[in-house]
Design a protein around this ligand. Structure first.
Ligand code: ATP
Length: 416
């Protein structure tokens, strides 16, 4: 029999007291119900790696939703149940945990979602993506902290390898190709050589994956600390090109992403996406948008870029009047402008974009349409015209008080 590895002292050292108390209490309750409860997936992997991870995934050999309800009663936690998936989320003052029923899966065809039925923890670990993610830690008091590692996850963590559990893994679910790249780059691991052969052989299987699932994987990549790393690797392996052949994970992208991080603490995935797609033409963008089934708001931001890029020459000039900068950028989203600012490579253009988003965008005249009517401007398009002129004068510093605006309006009315 293999040695029993017990990680309870690691859990004590690494998990915050609130979470620790919670998983112990949950384990005791499961024991009373004669069910086995486990901590699984990324939390176990990161425990072994000594990395912080507050994403607590629990698996019970039994009814997860029922057990979640009982834990919640003891713990004054809020439960959100998803009966279709047999999962529940628990949220309480000290944290959050997801609880699932142990399940066995089978794949009817590549890319399809698997058929699922309740199973044992062994079944549940066997359906997972990589050995390092296919370990469990028992939480029942008598075996608290004992590691279940049927696929050699600990060995692969020591060797820093990402390895699939079986040869059909990428065929069953090609999103694992993106996941392998993401873990490899995040953890500083290497995709193990047989896994790499399978990955390369199955890159085409990405076409079996729905746009929604591809988008989800790309979003996870863009939420990484340094998304340029997995994107570069995905480029080298021909994976990025499956989203669109014109996408590049090159030095330019790495430098521009790094610039984005210098500019703001935590760039949004949407900004990274706008930068990734920046060099695409309008028709290329359309095909990327449909491949990823991007929601309308995100698609609109990407579609702004070709239009904005037309203004880049003028924006790169020095001595532009603020009102001209305003005209060149007005109506565009802050994210698209931000992407332009970072990607332009022109200090002048970047400065103009910053001036617009920081100051000019909020400049308005003091006078309103009502004020103009009271001053004798007849109702109709003339009102809007004067308001625009007032804003332009404000932007360029020709007026800077309500009184000066009134003087200007009087001059306009009298045709001076
Ligand atoms: P991260 O640190 O990226 O959140 P994680 O391991 O917690 O890592 P999740 O995406 O939250 O990742 O998934 C939780 C667990 O579910 C994984 O550890 C893995 O065991 C399993 N899993 C997720 N996606 C898949 C998949 N496509 N195929 C097989 N198993 C998967």
């Amino acid at each position: 029999m293999p040695d029993v590895i017990n990680l309870s002292s690691r859990t004590e050292g690494q998990l915050p007291p609130g979470l620790l108390e919670f998983i112990r209490a949950a384990g005791e309750l499961a024991q009373q119900r004669q069910q086995r409860l486990y901590l699984v997936g990324g939390a176990v992997r990161d425990l072994l790696l000594g990395r912080d991870n507050l994403d607590i995934d629990l698996v019970v050999e039994g009814d997860a939703i029922k057990l979640a309800g009982e834990i919640a009663g003891d713990y004054r936690a809020k439960v959100t149940a998803h009966p279709r998936f047999g999962t529940a989320r628990l949220e309480w003052k000290g944290g959050r945990a997801d609880l699932a029923t142990a399940r066995a899966e089978s794949y009817a065809r590549p890319g399809a979602l698997p058929a699922v039925q309740p199973g044992t923890i062994t079944d549940d670990l066997a359906r997972r993506d990589f050995t390092v993610n296919a370990m469990a830690l028992e939480l029942n008091p008598r075996h608290y902290g004992e590691l279940l590692d049927p696929h050699g996850g600990r060995r692969d963590i020591a060797a820093r390898l990402v390895r699939v559990l079986h040869d059909l893994s990428f065929t069953d679910d090609a999103t694992r190709i993106w996941r392998a790249i993401r873990y490899e780059q995040r953890l500083g691991f290497r995709i193990e050589s047989a896994t790499m052969k399978l990955l390369k052989r199955n890159v085409n299987m990405l076409s079996t994956v729905s746009g929604d699932r591809l988008r989800h994987e790309l979003e996870l990549v863009l939420k990484e600390e340094s998304p340029e790393k997995p994107l570069r690797r995905a480029g080298e392996l021909g994976v990025l090109g499956k989203l669109h052949p014109a996408l590049r994970g090159d030095d330019w992208l790495a430098e521009t992403f790094a610039l984005a991080r210098q500019d703001q603490a935590d760039p949004s995935p949407q900004l990274y996406l706008a930068l990734l797609a920046y060099r695409l033409t309008a028709p290329e963008l359309d095909s990327l948008i449909s491949c990823l089934r991007l929601p309308k708001a995100s698609a609109e931001i990407l579609r702004e870029t070709p239009e904005l890029k037309k203004n880049i020459r003028e924006l790169s000039m020095s001595g532009l009047a603020p009102s001209r900068i305003f005209d060149l950028l007005h109506g565009h989203s802050p994210t698209a402008i931000n992407a332009l600012c970072l990607a332009s490579g022109s200090p002048n253009a970047a400065g103009h974009c910053e001036l617009y988003t920081g100051v000019l965008r909020n400049v308005r005249p003091s006078l309103t349409g009502e004020d103009l009517k009271k001053m004798g401007v007849p109702e109709g398009p003339g009102i809007k015209e004067i308001l625009l002129k007032l804003r332009e004068a404000r932007l360029d510093g020709r007026v800077d008080s309500k009184r000066q605006e009134e003087e200007m309006v009087r001059g306009l009315i009298s045709g001076v």
